[in-house]
Design a protein around this ligand. Structure first.
Ligand code: FMN
Ligand code: EPS
Length: 354
């Protein structure tokens, strides 16, 4: 199975399965001499971990990260940073009935056909449990970027058909004060009610996350294949359950005229509007970078659905155990982490050349 490494100069490789002994990773390319705030790393993991509220999967993991190398006396040495998170609360019996059966729209069918021998427990390698490792590396990258004046904020802006509208007040300080992670308490309440209703029916619901990156200097991005938005797009589309990515005006650009859409320049190089989403020609232009990520409804339903098994026989499948009814509340720190990995990689690439 190739494809477990992300990045060019700042690289993260992850390993581990949902019900294996541990998950973990190796971060290569983190500059030496940087003081790591370990509490801040754990706080990021706590924002993602399962069991954190009544509206997410009830699997109880402490998600305690152990650093194994590359950090000495709290400071990076330039050596590879190895880390692990021990899995503490696997309940593999919930997956025994899925040994030979494919959950529609999970990765069961494709992993089975591609690899032939699959760890079906908890979704194995295809489980979003792996994203905890991205959050560890992302937390380190965020600290590095903050020191460079770059800040990353993500929040939930849609659950099902409930969406933050243009008129809704957005207060980013409210994002962490509700379990949905929507920066408007009233809209968050409606989203929470919807998730609870859907969950009660044994069903699941999709949603969207918006992300804002402030303070990125002009010049990050390597045309033509490693354009900044192309790499951010890849980072986002590599997250489990992601179905869509748009940056700046996104799909709305298709309905606009050039005279409406062009971001007119000011004499200092800033722009009067930001339909470009902070990136032009694949290179950051110094404006705020913003993008939106769409997530599908979770595949594992707590109600009957027709499916097939690995012999091609028709079966009825129903999920057991502990699943998310909607992934977006826990995906907010994952989106921020993947944005941080991408921006840090490009920051280092920019510095290497310029
Ligand atoms: C934070 C997060 C939590 C998730 N939780 C579940 C879950 O509890 N049950 C499930 O079936 N899928 C869950 N998923 C989605 C699956 O991991 C994903 O759908 C599966 O790996 C198939 O990949 P794909 O949807 O990207 O094609 C979650 C995804 C994320 C980002
Ligand atoms: C364990 C996590 O989330 C899991 C993601 C997941 C999936 O299919 O993606 C399925 C569930 O796994 P299990 O049934 O083994 O608990 C979730 O709980 C986690 O995010 O740490």
């Amino acid at each position: 199975m190739a494809g477990n490494t992300f990045g060019t100069l700042f690289r993260l490789t992850t390993f581990g399965e949902s019900h294996g002994v541990a998950i973990g990773g190796v971060i290569d390319g983190f500059p030496a001499g940087f003081s790591i705030d370990m509490e801040a790393v754990q706080e990021e993991l706590d924002r993602r971990k399962p069991g954190q509220s009544a509206i997410v999967t009830q699997r109880k993991e402490s998600d305690t990260v152990q650093f194994l190398s590359g950090i000495f006396e709290g400071v990076t040495t330039g050596a590879p940073i190895g880390f692990q998170i021990i899995n503490e609360n696997q309940k593999s019996s919930d997956y025994e009935h899925l040994k030979e059966v494919y959950r529609p729209s999970h990765a069961d069918f494709t992993y089975d056909k591609k690899y032939g021998h699959r760890d079906y427990r908890g979704g194995g390698r295809s489980s979003a449990r792996e994203t905890a490792c991205r959050v560890v590396a992302g937390a380190l990258a965020k600290q590095f970027l903050t020191e460079k004046g770059i800040d990353i904020f993500a929040f939930v802006d849609q659950v099902g058909n409930i969406r933050l509208s243009e008129d809704d007040r957005i207060d980013l300080s409210e994002t962490e004060s509700n379990p949905v992670r929507c920066p408007n308490a009233d809209v968050a309440d409606k989203m929470q009610v919807l998730i609870r209703e859907v969950r009660k029916e044994g069903d699941t619901v999709g949603g969207c996350i918006r992300c804002i990156v402030q303070g990125v200097p002009v010049g990050l991005g390597e045309p033509v294949f490693d354009k900044l938005h192309a790499d951010i797009g890849k980072a986002m589309l590599s997250i489990n359950a992601v179905k869509g990515f748009e940056y700046g005006s996104g799909f709305e650009a298709a309905e606009m005229l050039g005279s409406q859409h062009n971001d007119l320049l000011n004499p200092d190089g800033s722009t009067q509007t930001n339909f470009s989403g902070g990136i032009q020609g694949g290179i950051s232009n110094g404006e705020t970078i913003f993008f939106r990520v769409a997530f599908k409804p979770v595949a594992t339903l707590m109600k009957d659905q027709p499916s097939v098994n690995n012999r091609g026989e028709e079966v009825i499948v129903k999920g057991k155990g502990r699943h998310d009814a909607c992934v977006v509340p826990r995906a907010v720190p994952i989106v921020e982490a993947m944005a941080a990995l991408t921006i840090m990689d490009h920051w280092l690439r920019y510095k290497a050349i310029n």
